[in-house]
Design a protein around this ligand. Structure first.
Ligand code: 4AZ
Length: 236
């Protein structure tokens, strides 16, 4: 996150981080004790049964030691069938990871509530993650959690600003904060919250903190809503 402030994981008890072979690969949100919502591009190539992805809960900084009870492995990933990985295509950037064993949500970890409603104009939103803190910063393996306030950008304005880089579709919305506050590589998969409910997933952008909006997978689009609801019903 560019801008914003360091934050306490206690304020984001649903936020998890994803590891592939131990290496940090993005954020995620606990939506049921056995399911994590994330971005498809964070786990690209991992659709179906997978054995090399782990989920860490309750980590303040990526380099902190994690207790065994706060780590789960992933049984399989359900990736949106409309997600087509490729440069300049982030449509339907959404996946749900089914864990091999539920997290204990009677302790510090807890579930986030999902918000499938259309956001009001200029909605104030909160992002949180362990991503880069300035444009082109390499991922810090010891990054501590940051959070920031951003606001919804009108869809047409976002299409005008970013549409020439990559299509801005109905399954996306855009947001930016004061002084170019933004999400950055490494924040992907993590939450964007409206009134403490999950309304989107950090997905893509053109650089970060450059004054362009960041782009988020929109839980409230018809396709994203039906994907999430059907996976939860069948698998979570
Ligand atoms: C990324 O590459 C990424 N500025 C995520 C968010 C933004 C840009 C890039 C938004 O994961």
């Amino acid at each position: 996150i560019v801008g914003g402030d360091f934050a306490s994981i206690a304020d984001y008890p649903h936020l998890v981080n994803l590891r592939i072979k131990g290496i940090y690969h993005g954020g995620g949100s606990l939506i049921t004790p056995t399911c994590v919502l994330t971005a498809a591009h964070c786990i690209f190539g991992q659709n179906g049964f997978i054995n090399n992805v782990a989920v860490h809960a309750q980590q303040q900084c990526l380099g902190d030691p994690v207790l065994e009870e706060q780590v789960r492995t992933v049984l399989y990933a359900s990736v949106s069938p409309n997600y087509k990985h490729g440069i300049r295509n982030y449509d339907s950037d959404i996946a749900i990871l089914k864990l091999t064993r539920p997290f204990d949500i009677t302790g510090k970890a807890s579930l986030v509530k999902l918000d499938f409603n259309e956001l009001p104009a200029n909605a104030n939103l909160t992002v949180a993650g362990w991503g880069s803190t300035y444009h082109k910063e390499l991922q810090n393996p010891n990054q501590c959690l940051k959070a920031a306030q951003v606001h919804l950008v009108p869809q047409q304005e976002c299409i005008t600003e970013l549409g020439s880089f990559s299509p801005v579709t109905e399954n996306m919305f855009c947001a930016i904060g004061e002084n170019a506050t933004d999400t950055c590589p490494g924040d992907s998969g993590g939450p964007i919250l409206f009134e403490n409910r999950l309304t989107g997933i950090v997905s893509w952008g053109v650089g970060c903190g450059l004054g362009l909006p960041g782009v988020y997978t929109k839980l409230g689009s018809p396709a994203m809503t039906s994907f999430v609801k059907s996976v939860i019903e069948r698998h979570c």
